[in-house]
Write a protein that binds this ligand. Structure first.
Ligand code: ARG
Length: 575
């Protein structure tokens, strides 16, 4: 209910500074929480008021702040206004009211706390397409695909939580010369049995082998080229084989995505382009954007001066399509509005070109397309060696987590310890990945990732499970109407102060499409919850106090769980 308090402060302030309430609301923020806080407050930077309103005098910000503060009167919501020398106005909130409003609003909306906040009301709500994961059939699944998968899932979850209709698309690398090789290779080295029992492994093996043999055996290269030509001509026999490869790959991936808690509405892919490529190329040519070069290729001139100093090739000299050609063609065929594509940062230029070409084609929505680039992960490997299959990484993370749980004897009364280990391990991978700016590279380290103490996904899960256990163990049930007046101690206030920030975190996350704000928020929430859990016993406290504390812990658990879900983490109840 941060918005209730922000509104009240805005109302007061608008009377003395001339700005409207609506303009003031976004300028009001919750001060960062600290441990053992005795007061909770919202703050306003006077420089922000000056920037927005000419009648607020510039000059000594401290003095201006003091002048404004002198005109403000305490009321039922704001008990006091404090001025700091850096020109910050702090509105000290009535602690009883804060406890009551926050806890009531979390109870009323346990899974969606904060999403209806005023602060978020001006955000557009649209149909949004998020394209992510997008691995290549028969090729390695590298760390970049894992990043794309979890980051894309986060963006989709966040957009959805904030009221957008989200369409999740997996744009598979399912077309191109590699299928020529794969088709030709399968005829020579393929095994139907292996394709049944270990599809991804077998397709990958065939692909590696045929690539190797093709280097010394020209007949293979020409067979591959022939196979691909048959595909481009949509010849039924070749298409049948291709479709089979694609179907079993999708089936296998779906099993793995399920373990990651990820789901797609559409499996699209580069193959989707084929029927319409000619039309789009024709259109570009007709409009004068596509030019044939001296080398016989066809390219779109993207330079300012029209001298081909910046161009994008769309047709090879032998007439075949490229990765970019296929991308240009695909989006218009699926009903999109705001596509967000996720790949590592090496593809940024590709997407710039893609969006420029889509604009040239007159697609209005091209301006709202975004590429979300991310950095590289170094050293992500498994005991089998270099990462080839996502499944190996998941298995290894799960096994390592299982060992840790057995060692610390926490898994003894779990119904399904493997599943718990997997969920915790996945959260560990996610938090490790989401801690820094997405564009940064990072070094992967199994020991760091899976630490139970410290700022890890394991710690988030551990906090969640502990809160669940606290709520489970209580003799008194959580009853609806409670007297929250006991929750004015420093530990409760610190938690409330922090919870006040949740909508700001949602806003910052969606503006920047970066998960690190949410990660940091949840880690701090967990640290504050750990102190509160230590200091505020439920058992043995007078009934009203015990009830109030239970409500507090219940609310913290709800917010922790919804934040975790947005990140793509499934919270565990026991571990
Ligand atoms: N399959 C590509 C790769 O592995 C990523 C596809 C990204 N999306 C796109 N529309 N190009 O690098």
């Amino acid at each position: 209910m941060a918005c209730f308090f922000r509104r009240s402060v805005a109302l007061q302030l608008s009377k003395v500074c001339g700005l409207s309430e609506d303009l003031l609301v976004p300028l009001i923020s919750a001060s960062p929480a600290s441990k053992k806080q005795s007061f909770a407050d919202l703050q306003v930077f006077v420089k922000d008021l000056v920037q927005n309103e000419a009648s607020v005098p510039n000059g000594d910000l401290g003095k201006t702040a003091q002048t404004l503060a002198n005109q403000l009167k305490p009321d039922a919501v704001v008990e006091d206004v404090i001025v700091t020398d850096r020109g910050v106005l702090r509105f000290r909130l009535n602690k009883h009211l804060l406890a009551q409003k926050l806890l009531e609003s979390i109870s009323a909306f346990p899974d969606g706390f904060g999403v209806k906040s005023d602060l978020l009301s001006s955000l557009p709500r649209r149909r949004t397409l998020v394209e992510f994961s997008s691995p290549n059939i028969a090729k390695k699944f590298h760390a970049g695909h894992l990043r794309s998968t979890i980051i894309g899932n986060f963006i989709a979850n966040l957009k959805q939580a904030l009221g957008n209709e989200v369409i999740r698309v997996n744009y598979l690398g399912d077309w191109g010369m590699q299928f020529g090789l794969l088709g030709a290779g399968f005829e020579r080295f393929g095994s139907r049995e292996k394709l049944q029992s270990q599809p991804l492994q077998h397709l990958f093996d065939v692909y590696v082998q045929v690539n190797r043999e093709a280097q010394s055996d020209e007949s293979i290269s020409s067979a591959a080229a022939e196979f691909f030509r048959r595909l481009e001509r949509s010849e039924e026999e070749a298409m049948k084989i291709w479709r089979h490869f694609r179907d079993i790959t999708i089936h296998e991936y779906q099993l793995i995505y399920k373990r990651l808690g990820v789901d797609f509405d559409h499996y699209s892919g580069e193959s989707f382009h084929s029927n319409q490529t000619q039309n789009v190329l024709e259109e570009l040519r007709r409009k004068g954007f596509l030019k044939t070069t001296l080398k016989g290729t066809a390219a779109v001139d993207l330079s300012e001066s029209g001298d081909l100093s910046n161009f994008a090739t769309l047709v090879r000299s032998d007439g075949t399509s490229l990765y970019l050609t296929r991308c240009v063609n695909t989006p218009s065929r699926i009903f999109i509005n705001i596509p967000r594509s996720l790949t590592d940062k090496s593809q940024s230029v590709h997407f710039q070109r893609l969006f420029s070409i889509l604009s040239l084609l007159g697609h209005q929505w091209a301006q709202r397309c975004h590429h979300v680039p991310f950095g590289l992960v170094q050293g992500m490997s498994t005991r089998r060696g270099e990462l080839v299959f996502l499944e190996d990484l998941l298995n290894e993370a799960q096994n390592r987590m299982m060992q840790n749980m057995v060692r610390s004897q926490t898994s003894k009364d779990l119904e399904d310890p493997e599943q718990t280990a997997e969920r915790v391990a996945v959260s560990a991978l996610i938090v490790q990945d989401f801690k820094g700016p997405l564009i940064s590279d990072y070094k992967f380290d199994w020991d760091k990732v899976l630490q139970a103490q410290g700022d890890t996904g394991v710690f988030l899960q551990y906090t969640h499970a502990r809160l669940c256990s606290l709520l489970r163990c209580q003799v008194c049930e959580l009853s609806p109407c409670t007297d929250f007046s006991s929750l004015v101690d420093n530990w409760s206030v610190s938690l409330f102060q922090h919870l006040l920030r949740y909508d700001e975190v949602l806003l910052q996350s969606v503006r920047e499409l970066q998960p690190r704000y949410m990660v940091r928020f949840l880690l701090i929430l967990s640290h504050l919850a750990a102190s509160a859990h230590r200091e505020l016993p439920v058992k043995g406290s007078p009934a009203a106090v015990a009830q109030a504390r239970l409500h507090l812990f219940h609310s913290v658990r709800c917010v922790l769980a919804s934040g975790m879900r947005i990140l793509g983490i499934t919270p565990v109840d026991k571990m």
